[in-house]
Design a protein around this ligand. Structure first.
Ligand code: GLV
Ligand code: MN
Ligand code: MN
Length: 416
């Protein structure tokens, strides 16, 4: 590689400016973002992103699930594009870096290559995947899963949010039901830059995480049916209290995840009492569980222990507990060649780095089942994410974008 090319750097101020400009779409009072997938705010950021991609000379296509593909031509258009990107949707109370960094850094890479007049051999394709977060429609990362054939397009289009609106209806409402069939846009490899969303890089003062694996995920929908009765006149021994049952289940999830630790986590993130009232013993509760591990056998053990604990608690309390596994995602082991390309780029640029496992799920994990993929992590403040207070430094974001750019250049080849 020529000296001029190995010195090429993205424009850190321009990337930082884009992150803050798009954070206005769904900005929250504490500096975070609420931009649920396929909401009005998502439509606005998508429109912004489409215009910015077109202004950078990219050809934008939208697939039937609303994922956006922006192609930069390469010298050899017979070669499949190198994919780079992430997502622009956020959690209900999310930050301005989760997903956004990887998507906008991909655009910044293209702008930098344009400014430097660099043509790649293979084309590049920036992707904004629909519904990475999974907080409005389950499961998370549904569009990239459909892209690799794990779900049919029809299945995903029919998934409903809490109001009963389907993905298809929500796409129609914001004008992002595209006509490219899902999976039709070719990708030869895929690289995703993301904040770590955990504490390791910051604690070890490493700038770059070279992601070599990702945790598997178990998602459950749960329902507890007890019996509603008077809070004043029902003796304690006669109660069939759904909320007291859930309290035991929450503690069981915590105990079981710790028992299978350190490589296991478990969370009850949602709980809704059907007819809440201060002086009624709760009779019905819907709840969700999220359990993860990077080890498939540990996932099986978590599943077995959770079911046994739920059955024991239900029998003892004389209530019904239903647990439905709605999503199981196997652990990810990223492609060794792409992982090495990320590591080489970090080394070339002189950034401190370490190999790392992703605690969070990412579209790259889905892509990797069919397309050689890997990820680049940068530190985030105190390891905090899925929170309005999520933060990262301009320097670390720029470092991640530089590693992304040099990984992509190595994979696509530079036309001479
Ligand atoms: C996606 O944000 C996840 O739940 O890991
Ligand atoms: Mn994300
Ligand atoms: Mn997220």
């Amino acid at each position: 590689m020529s000296r001029a090319l190995s010195n090429l750097q993205i424009d850190s101020g321009r990337l930082w400016g884009m992150i803050h400009e798009t954070a206005q779409f769904g900005a929250t009072p504490k500096g975070g973002v609420r931009r649920l997938t396929l909401s009005l705010e998502d439509k606005l950021v998508r429109n912004w992103f489409r215009s910015a991609c077109e202004a950078a000379g990219l050809e934008v296509q939208i697939d039937a699930l609303g994922s956006m593909f922006a192609v930069r031509r390469g010298r050899d258009m017979n070669k499949p594009p190198v994919g780079l990107g992430s997502h622009l949707d956020t959690q209900p109370s999310g930050g301005k870096f989760d997903g956004v960094l990887g998507t906008l850094a991909a655009l910044e890479v293209v702008r930098t290559l344009n400014d430097a007049g660099i043509e790649t051999d293979a084309p590049l394709c920036i992707v904004n995947w629909t519904n990475e977060e999974g907080s409005r429609f389950a499961p998370a990362m549904m569009a990239s899963a459909a892209y690799v054939g794990d779900f049919s397009t029809g299945d995903i289009l029919s998934r409903k949010d809490a109001e009963g609106l389907t993905v298809g209806e929500a796409l129609q409402a914001i004008g992002y039901r595209g006509d490219t069939p899902v999976g039709a846009q070719r990708l030869g490899t895929f690289v995703e830059l993301h904040i770590e969303q955990g504490p390791i890089l910051e604690a070890e003062q490493k700038t770059i995480g070279v992601v070599e694996s990702g945790q598997g995920v178990l998602w459950y929908d749960g329902k507890i049916t007890g019996f509603e009765s008077h809070a004043g006149s029902t003796p304690m021994r006669l109660r069939r209290d759904a909320l007291a049952t859930l309290s035991e289940i929450v503690l069981a999830v915590e105990y079981i995840a710790k028992k299978h630790g350190p490589n296991a986590v478990g969370t009850v993130g949602e709980a809704v009492i059907a007819k809440p009232s201060r002086n009624v013993i709760p009779g019905e509760i819907a709840f969700t569980m999220d359990c993860r591990s990077v080890d498939e056998a540990t996932m099986d053990a978590l599943d077995g222990d959770l079911r046994a604990a739920a059955a024991e608690i239900a029998a003892r309390r004389k209530v019904e507990v239903r647990l439905e596994l709605i999503w199981r995602k196997a652990p990810t082991h990223f492609d060794p060649k792409i992982v090495e390309a990320v590591e080489n780029a970090a080394e070339l640029l002189g950034y401190s780095h370490r190999r790392i496992t992703s605690g969070a799920g990412h579209d790259a994990c889905n892509l990797n089942t069919k397309i050689p993929s890997a990820m680049v992590f940068v530190p985030c403040k105190d390891g905090v994410s899925h929170n309005e207070l999520e933060d990262a430094t301009q320097a670390d974001c720029a470092a991640g974008a530089n590693v992304l750019m040099h990984t992509v250049l190595a994979l696509a080849g530079v036309a001479s």
